[in-house]
Write a protein that binds this ligand. Structure first.
Ligand code: CUA
Length: 362
């Protein structure tokens, strides 16, 4: 764990598990560049003094090839560039593969604010409270244009793109306040689209959770939309279902009428709500209307969370007629088990009043 503050002037402190890796790679590349820049310039100066024209109209010496020299200057740079490539690949692999065991937080970017929702229902705008030493996975999208969530102290950033989900994760190593930037020019108030991550000790975080009105959890809100507000349940639940079965669906492979097989992940569920005709599941009719324009990005996230929870409750054992269980379902079960763990936190509030101050700020 990296605990020291930055020893490099102008550098943000290192506050995540992979911050030192990013810095290490950066300094390594800088050192390699500096070494060659200084080496080339020094050789240049040395040669034009040593080999300067000493008398008028001198002829230059003839130089013939050298296999040893040419091999050396090909192989050494190759090895150096491969160390840069491998270092970059390892850091990238670590950073953009959220671990299965992670606390999930949903993020919606909007001109010009960041909206966060916790698995336990708390909502925040431009502030994000997280416990120290835990894997935090952000599932992110945007209501309008491309933004980019950037926390320099964590050395991580990711675009949020209209119409799809992007992911980011981190594990903060020390409590403190860290600035959030929007790192993609998104209009007039781009520079003001910032916020703060508050990294807290687990006990402080539990206090914070219980001290904040949590409203509906994303799963509860999604269930409400599903059963009441949007009426999805009239086709996707009950005795005579016309729509595809959703229990146990998440994380499985789905066969489409086109013969293609797709994995039922966040993106698939989102697309199926907005563009149901695009991916018809084998054995079903294309009768579902589109919900484009009727649901906000936050509601989509809630619906996805609800459909995901249908798989967690039933466990991996339930397999509906048109799906087959794959190993992928394990990861979704873990994620939801984690959310459930949070929900059953003894410090967390049990009653969730309907309207919250935060919600009104939206
Ligand atoms: Cu949002 Cu720049």
């Amino acid at each position: 764990m990296q605990q020291d503050t930055s020893w490099v002037p102008l550098f943000p402190e290192q506050a995540s598990t992979f911050a030192w890796q990013v810095d290490g790679l950066y300094f390594y590349i800088t050192a390699v560049s500096a070494f060659f820049t200084i080496g080339v310039v020094a050789a240049l100066i040395f040669f034009f003094i040593k080999y300067r024209e000493k008398e008028k109209y001198e002829t230059g010496a003839e130089i013939h090839g050298s296999i040893a020299l040419e091999t050396a200057w090909s192989i050494i740079p190759f090895i150096i560039s491969m160390t840069i490539f491998l270092g970059g690949a390892v850091v990238f692999y670590n950073q953009y593969r959220p671990p299965a065991e992670a606390m999930e937080i949903y993020v919606v970017g909007k001109q010009w604010m960041w909206k966060f929702q916790h698995g336990t229902g708390q909502r925040e705008i431009n502030d994000l409270h997280v416990p120290v030493g835990r894997n935090i996975k952000l599932t992110m999208t945007t209501e309008d244009v491309i933004h980019d969530l950037f926390v320099p102290a964590f050395r991580t950033k990711a675009d949020v793109v209209p119409g799809r989900y992007s992911y980011m994760w981190f594990n903060a190593t020390k409590p403190g306040k860290y600035h959030i930037f929007c790192a993609e020019y998104c209009g007039l108030n781009h520079s003001g689209m910032g916020g703060t991550v508050y990294v807290m000790e687990q006990s402080d975080f539990d206090n914070w959770l219980s001290g904040n009105v949590s409203g509906q959890t994303p799963v509860e809100a999604g269930q409400d939309l599903f059963e009441n507000k949007l009426g999805c349940a009239s086709c996707h639940a009950g005795a005579n279902q016309r729509g595809a079965k959703l229990e146990g669906l998440f994380g499985t492979d789905v066969k489409l009428t086109t013969g293609q097989t797709v994995t039922a992940n966040d993106e698939y569920i989102r697309n199926s709500i907005l563009n149901p005709g695009g991916q018809i599941v084998e054995g079903y009719q294309p009768i579902m209307p589109t919900f484009k324009g009727q649901v906000t990005e936050e509601q989509l996230i809630q619906l996805v969370a609800y459909v995901k929870s249908l798989s967690a409750k039933k466990g991996g054992s339930t397999t509906s007629s048109n799906t087959s269980t794959t190993s992928n379902s394990n990861s979704s079960t873990t994620n939801n088990a984690n959310v459930n763990k949070l929900v059953s936190n003894p410090n967390a509030p049990n009653n969730r009043p309907e309207a919250t101050v935060n919600e009104n700020r939206r």
